[in-house]
Write a protein that binds this ligand. Structure first.
Ligand SMILES: CC(C)(COP(=O)(O)OP(=O)(O)OC[C@H]1O[C@@H](n2cnc3c(N)ncnc32)[C@H](O)[C@@H]1OP(=O)(O)O)[C@@H](O)C(=O)NCCC(=O)NCCS
Length: 380
């Protein structure tokens, strides 16, 4: 099948980022985790001594930084996360007539995107909220944001793991190109701490919270200083159980498993690493080849921010040499893995220095597996 390019040229005309003020360092996280381990092992000493249970092992800042590149993460509620007896964010439930936390975060990012594109809510016809997890199924967070911003038209939520942002951008670009909407806001309110297992040594350090937003509209008329034409987009998915979350409405069908650890994120990190790196590198290379773009023409890679070693390997395979920090910027150290928001955070923070006509490659990857590849060209 021959895949055609876009008929109407579409641009990301503005972006926005909301970062929650609460911040947790590795040192704080590890201290809480290790105190939890000490108390857990002490409480189960008899079973551990009798060989009926394994003692839990401590975590360390050195391991976390070396294995992932992460030093800090921003979170919606530090409160509770660092209490060894709670190990979960604690926030009071909001009344139904108060704005939802995800919507509040998404709105903050969306307002920045509108401002940087020089657009107002009345210029927009749709809102797509895309995230790896949502705080509720309905009414959709996108519609709550649409209502709060005073946007006519439509809104809906969608999920595609850590590729939710790129999958939404592809959908929105197609809709704008087809004339279904004049402009669409794609928003990624990622509250990853809601499904993070802080008692799991393998994953407790990985995720942080953030919200990003991109405004999409026809390239002709996208006058924002940091407007980027979406030269081409590709999506890919390959089924895998290696990153999994079994939280869902059917959990209450079986009270005996309702609160098991698999109702939060679980992952086989090594397998993910080994399988996703070649899959994503080949996917990006194929996409570039289809567009007759040489890797040497790329001024920047904005990769999903999962793990510094994964990103280095993928960038090295795509470019055919080690990337510099400027060529493939990392935001992991400060933000951790913010799921689908990650590649957009990297894009938002690291694109304004590039020049008119420069090419960049944005690529997400994650649970599903999913991957989304977007080749961008700076418009002004
Ligand atoms: C999760 C991940 C950081 C783990 O790094 P890794 O180098 O693969 O580490 P491993 O799990 O192989 O563990 C290596 C050692 O560190 C230990 N270790 C694991 N977690 C630890 C922790 N928190 N603190 C200290 N040591 C730890 C392990 O027990 C193991 O010890 P051993 O060698 O004595 O057996 C890495 O596999 C990864 O990032 N994978 C990709 C997953 C991902 O990013 N998913 C998101 C969506 S794309």
């Amino acid at each position: 099948m021959k895949v055609q390019g876009r008929v109407t040229r579409i641009a990301i005309s503005g972006t926005g980022l909301y970062v929650p003020p609460d911040r947790i360092t590795n040192i704080e996280l590890v201290e809480a985790y290790n105190e939890y381990v000490r108390a857990h092992n002490a409480a189960h000493q008899a079973d551990i001594d009798a060989g009926r249970m394994h003692a839990q092992l401590k975590s360390s800042d050195e391991f976390i930084h070396k294995a992932s590149g992460i030093r800090n993460r921003h979170v919606v509620a530090k409160n509770g996360m660092l209490d060894p007896e709670i190990m979960c964010p604690r926030l009071p439930e909001r009344p139904v007539d108060e704005i939802a936390l995800s919507a509040e975060m998404g709105i903050a990012a969306a307002k920045q995107a509108l401002e940087s594109a020089g657009r107002r809510p009345e210029d927009i016809d749709g809102v797509i909220c895309a995230a790896s997890i949502f705080q509720r199924p309905y009414p959709q967070i996108a519609i709550e944001i649409q209502n709060a911003l005073g946007i006519q038209g439509f809104g809906y939520d969608m999920m595609a793991g850590c590729s939710s942002a790129t999958f939404a951008l592809q959908s929105a670009a197609d809709m704008v190109a087809q004339g279904h909407a004049r402009a669409i806001l794609c928003i990624n309110p990622e509250i990853n701490t809601m499904h993070l297992n802080l008692r799991d040594r393998e994953t407790h350090f990985i995720f942080g919270d953030a919200a990003t937003a991109c405004l999409l509209e026809p390239a002709q008329g996208a006058d924002g200083a940091n407007a980027w034409e979406m030269v081409s987009t590709r999506l890919k998915s390959v089924y895998s159980n290696n990153i999994r979350n079994d939280f869902g409405s059917m959990n209450r069908f079986d009270p005996s498993t309702q609160f098991n650890d698999d109702k939060l994120i679980t992952q086989k990190g090594r397998k993910v690493f080994k399988e996703v790196v070649p899959m994503v590198a080949e996917f990006m290379q194929e996409h570039l080849a289809q567009q007759n773009i040489m890797p040497s023409q790329l001024k920047r890679l904005w990769l999903h921010q999962a793990n510094i070693n994964m990103n280095r390997l993928i960038a090295t395979k795509v470019l055919g040499r080690e990337p510099t920090q400027t060529e493939a910027p990392n935001v992991l150290e400060e933000f951790g893995n913010t799921s689908s928001a990650g590649s957009i955070v990297a894009f938002h923070l690291h694109n304004s220095d590039l020049a008119k006509g420069d090419l960049g490659h944005l690529c997400s990857f994650g649970a599903g597996y999913t991957a989304g590849s977007i080749i961008l060209r700076k418009l002004h």
